[in-house]
Design a protein around this ligand. Structure first.
Ligand SMILES: [Zn+2]
Length: 82
């Protein structure tokens, strides 16, 4: 049941499950933080939507910002590719 709700993108369930797994430690900089986001390892814009908990990671707000920027760049590059 929990797996289904994660795949559906239920943020509350995802955050709870991530906190249990990662304990609020950022996957990028390894800082333990109270301010973190549930991040798609493969961004939704790059086809990572609807994934199980394996497809998520804990990222602090700063690292999440940086990654989102890169994810969008990746998407844009694909769009402009011949
Ligand atoms: Zn971080």
């Amino acid at each position: 049941m929990q797996e289904f709700r994660i795949q559906k993108g239920d943020v509350k369930v995802i955050r709870k499950a991530l906190l249990k797994r990662d304990k609020g430690v950022c996957a990028e900089c390894r800082e333990k933080t109270g301010m973190w986001d549930a991040d798609h390892v493969t961004a939704v814009v790059n086809g990572g939507g609807g994934c199980a908990l394996d497809g998520y990671q804990t990222l602090c707000v700063e690292c999440h910002k940086k990654k989102t920027k890169l994810d969008l760049q990746e998407r844009d590059q694909r769009r402009t590719a011949p």
